[in-house]
Design a protein around this ligand. Structure first.
Ligand SMILES: [Zn+2]
Length: 477
């Protein structure tokens, strides 16, 4: 009874996907609204997902030699203006500090929308010789961009990491840009169970001030695209604008080559929209705040609570994040509650199970039940969590692969998008006009030029001129 009541509280995703998403964010207690529009509060359960993402990703960064730093949150306007393309891109979204107490400041300060300029100023101060290179820095922080908002997808203030590196040569910097994109892609697939398409952004869609932007694009359950992470190669443009120099091996002054790369709490939006269902969240086991919930059945019967506690303690000792719910809520309520919260695995144990030396494991992603011997608990739980991850990844991969369509004209692309959503792949001549035409006539932006190219013909789907690149189009969050 209670279960039905609980489930009714969220809108079906087939009825209204956006409302379903908002319902899940609220009902799973990920987020709350603050008194400023577009500035959200991460509640403990939502923040814990971010902490787990951070913890795992930070280790991956350190494996490739990245060190963490912390930069100020304020950027003097004069500093922001040093790189022209960069300031043009970000100025419209900046929030400004104009007063210190009651005193009007001589120069206003932007609250960081991103920190390239601060890193560049710092690099210029500390870099001297080729022996100092490479410098591979990252910071975990929040940034502020005054733009349209939506929970997890576009916050005015959001949490992210931004990596900034400088290298002696262009080749090394380019290689590192790709390496970091692969770190993100592997993370999405192996940790978040989110399959990605790896590719390059067009000139129009690349980062302001970058020479090249690489991206990982994911497909959400409603078949819209989500840009999940980007990695940029800056060449020596920023270095020249900010006077970053070093003495090379031949004792010549030269500029280093730079990269930057970032992912944000938008990844949590991606998790929700890739894996969630009409019962709520479905969390990938590796980042789930609670990986296993232990539910004692008929807990008033002698021995049940003690036995359930012992199971809980064994799983904690095995290194898992475990909760036992022995509240007086009904079993139906508890099942619905932990489904809503996306807990990957439920352990049920009642008097009869215990008599038989067994308990029951129930997977969140597909509801499959497995009876296991108590003696094998740790191994069985580890195996089931692995299967949850695998099942989630396979399902999302099928959703991605089943909804990539091929088109040879804008009209055909529009028809496919209108009917199916997903990605539409076409050949493209590389011209901005064709990209704009696709946006105007078919409502799709370019998502990426995938690294894994296919030849679909030799003419551009938009203008009919010769084309050698295949590109993915889509409707994006
Ligand atoms: Zn064209």
């Amino acid at each position: 009874m209670a279960k039905e009541k609980k489930v009714e509280q969220i809108t079906d995703m087939e009825v209204d996907f956006a409302q379903w998403f908002t319902d899940v964010c609220k009902k799973a207690q990920l987020i709350d609204y603050s008194s400023i529009k577009g500035v959200f509060i991460y509640r403990p359960y939502g923040y814990a997902i971010w902490e787990n993402i951070q913890g795992i990703m930070d280790k991956e960064f350190k494996k490739v030699g990245v060190e963490n730093v912390y930069m100020p949150m304020l950027i003097p306007e004069s500093l922001l203006q040093k790189e022209k393309d960069h300031v043009e891109g970000f100025a419209p979204e900046c929030a400004w500090v104009t007063h210190g107490g009651v005193e009007k400041l001589e120069e206003r300060y932007a609250i960081r929308p991103t920190s390239e300029t601060l890193f560049c100023e710092h690099f210029a101060n500390v870099l001297q010789s080729h022996r100092d290179l490479p410098m591979k820095y990252n910071q975990w922080c929040s940034v502020l961009r005054w733009e349209k908002t939506s929970p997890f997808l576009r916050h005015r203030e959001f949490l992210w990491q931004e990596g900034h590196t400088i290298h002696a040569t262009a080749e090394e910097a380019k290689e590192f840009t790709e390496q970091m994109l692969n770190v993100y892609a592997d993370f999405c697939e192996n940790v978040l169970a989110m399959p990605v398409t790896r590719g390059q952004k067009t000139e129009k869609e690349k980062f302001n001030g970058a020479e090249a932007t690489y991206t990982i694009e994911c497909m959400m359950h409603d078949r819209k695209a989500l840009q999940a992470g980007t990695s940029h190669y800056f060449g020596d443009g920023f270095a020249k604008a900010f006077n970053i120099e070093f003495t090379d091996k031949n004792n010549q002054k030269t500029n280093p080559h730079e990269t930057s790369w970032g992912v944000s709490t938008r990844l949590i939006g991606g998790i929700i929209m890739t894996h969630g269902d009409n019962n709520g969240l479905v969390l990938p086991p590796k980042v789930a705040p609670i990986q296993v919930v232990v539910l004692p059945i008929a807990q008033h019967k002698p021995g049940v609570l003690e036995a359930a506690s012992e199971l809980k303690n064994r799983l904690i000792a095995a290194g898992l994040r475990v909760k036992m719910d022995d509240s007086d809520n009904s079993m139906g309520w508890k099942c619905a509650e932990y489904e809503m919260k996306g807990v990957p695995l439920r352990v049920e144990c009642g008097p009869r199970d215990l008599e038989n030396g067994q308990c029951v494991l129930v997977r969140r992603n597909d509801g499959k039940k497995t009876v296991v011997n108590l003696a094998d608990l740790e191994a069985a739980v580890a195996e089931q969590l692995e299967l949850v991850h695998k099942g989630m990844f396979e399902k999302a991969k099928k959703n991605l692969e089943d909804h990539i369509y091929e088109a040879h004209s804008i009209e055909e692309a529009k028809k496919l998008q209108d009917e199916n959503g997903g990605f539409v792949k076409t050949m493209w001549c590389g011209e901005l006009d064709c990209e704009l035409a696709m946006k105007e006539k078919a409502g799709m932006s370019s998502r990426c030029i995938p690294f894994a190219q296919e030849s679909l013909g030799d003419t551009c789907a938009c203008c009919g001129k010769p084309a050698s690149k295949m590109i993915y189009w889509g409707v994006a969050y």
